[in-house]
Design a protein around this ligand. Structure first.
Ligand SMILES: N[C@@H](CCC(=O)N[C@@H](CS)C(=O)NCC(=O)O)C(=O)O
Length: 273
């Protein structure tokens, strides 16, 4: 098991920390730096920064432990899982510190199967209890840490919710005429129309839980369909394209995203299967 202490990069902990994240990547306690570089030697400078980070974050809460898939391609790196990224985005947007427990999916260890009997990530420890499933986890985080509020109004919560399943259908499809591409396009077109009327985010001007769920799925869509099918979201859907661009460039997204090569490797068995 590898552990990485991650502290929130977003505004509550001030621009100081944001400013420091570039150097923090060289601290041993920060195995997963914002830009995904592997950790390096501890330096005096990094130690100094770590001290200031600890002082700044102590008023927030103790780090929450989160089990995540380890990278398939790069040692000591967060791997690909859109459900995990959704949880990490929620933690980031709520400015909550967390520790990643990297799980090697090629040989899941006993300790992990004890806390996640289904062998799935993400799982998170809240109040000494391990909780599975990103729906349940994000709801629990919203209840325990209500500020800033991230809930999506119920009438908007299912916007875009069929994009992921139609994307997987198209990705796995071997027959170009089986309607799976059309099914995806029609879900994306409906989402484009919704954003045109109600955007730029699902709940208008504010980022909410629905965006934190959709964003990682669209990221997987973009990378895997680009790689396996040479396909991209058409220019006729400009609101979807700009939505993706905006979400993918959020600090929290950049900090928690998987490497493109992991996304590609992660989907390979489904594409080949
Ligand atoms: N409904 C769950 C789905 C979680 C899930 O399917 N996670 C995948 C990784 S993205 C997993 O752990 N699969 C087990 C495996 O591949 O062995 C959630 O929202 O958290």
């Amino acid at each position: 098991m590898s552990t990485a202490k991650i502290h929130p990069s977003a505004s509550a902990l001030s621009t100081t920390i944001k400013h420091l994240t570039g150097t923090l990547q060289f601290s041993r306690t920060c195995t997963f730096p914002p830009n995904g570089l592997a950790h390096s030697r501890r330096t005096t400078h990094a130690l100094r920064i770590r001290r200031s980070l600890t002082v700044s974050s102590s008023s927030v809460s103790d780090p929450l432990e989160v089990c995540v898939k380890a990278s398939l391609t790069t040692p000591n790196r967060l791997g690909d899982c859109p459900f995990t990224q959704r949880v990490l985005l929620t933690l980031e947007e709520k400015h909550l510190p967390y520790d990643l427990k990297l799980v090697d999916f090629s040989k899941k260890p006993e300790w992990f199967l004890k806390v996640s009997p289904e062998g799935k990530v993400p799982v998170i420890k809240i109040d000494e209890k391990w909780i599975a499933d990103s729906d349940v986890i994000t709801q629990a985080l919203e209840e325990k840490f209500p500020n800033p509020p991230l809930g999506t109004p119920p009438e908007k919560a299912s916007v875009g919710s069929k994009i992921f399943s139609t994307f997987i259908g198209f990705l796995k499809s071997k027959d170009p005429n089986d309607g799976t591409e059309q099914a995806l396009l029609s879900e994306l077109a409906a989402f484009n129309d919704y954003l045109k009327e109600n955007g730029p985010f699902v709940d208008g001007k504010r980022v909410s839980a629905a965006d934190l769920s959709l964003g990682p799925k669209l990221y997987h869509l973009e990378i895997s369909l680009g790689h396996y099918k040479n396909w991209s979201v058409p220019d006729s859907l400009p609101c979807v394209k700009s939505y993706m661009k905006t979400i993918f460039s959020m600090d929290s997204f950049v900090k928690t995203r998987a490497l493109p090569e992991d996304v590609i490797e992660g989907w390979r068995p489904k594409v080949m299967g």
